[in-house]
Design a protein around this ligand. Sequence first.
Ligand SMILES: Cc1cc2nc3c(=O)[nH]c(=O)nc-3n(C[C@H](O)[C@H](O)[C@H](O)COP(=O)(O)OP(=O)(O)OC[C@H]3O[C@@H](n4cnc5c(N)ncnc54)[C@H](O)[C@@H]3O)c2cc1C
Length: 117
Amino acid sequence: MVEDVLGESRVEGVKIRDIKTGELSIITCDGLFVAIGHQPNTKIFERQIALDEKGYIISQGTKTSVNGVFVAGDVRDYRYRQAVTAAGEGCKAAMDAIAYLEEQKEVTVSAQETNLA
Ligand SMILES: Cc1cc2nc3c(=O)[nH]c(=O)nc-3n(C[C@H](O)[C@H](O)[C@H](O)COP(=O)(O)OP(=O)(O)OC[C@H]3O[C@@H](n4cnc5c(N)ncnc54)[C@H](O)[C@@H]3O)c2cc1C
């Protein structure tokens, strides 16, 4: 486990702790990539939107199990998980949300017209 990043103005090393023995040691290095794991952050959607056994949001395109709720990016994508694919999906989800809202508006307007007639 990384305990500290060493260096004044740039990375010069990391102090690490062996999580079994507690022993501290130093690795000299020029950079550090933070790996955050692959657990999708979807717990708040449990029992609201259908998730698969690993916690990814189940989707068909950008559609979720809930009508009018759309999804994009790493929370639904266990295959590519890239910035560019997430951004593209974000655009698709936004356009699908707009289309959904337009449809709702038309349904409401035509219902109002029916009531007026
Ligand atoms: C170390 C690392 C290196 C990577 N390198 C590359 C690379 O070189 N090229 C590449 O294409 N991809 C790379 N990726 C993957 C890329 O970062 C992701 O695929 C992309 O960021 C996914 O975008 P996203 O919008 O789906 O999710 P995220 O970028 O994770 O955005 C989700 C957002 O939701 C917010 N959030 C979470 N919970 C809540 C909540 N309860 N309420 C409100 N907001 C919340 C988060 O703070 C976050 O801002 C890398 C990822 C990592 C971790």
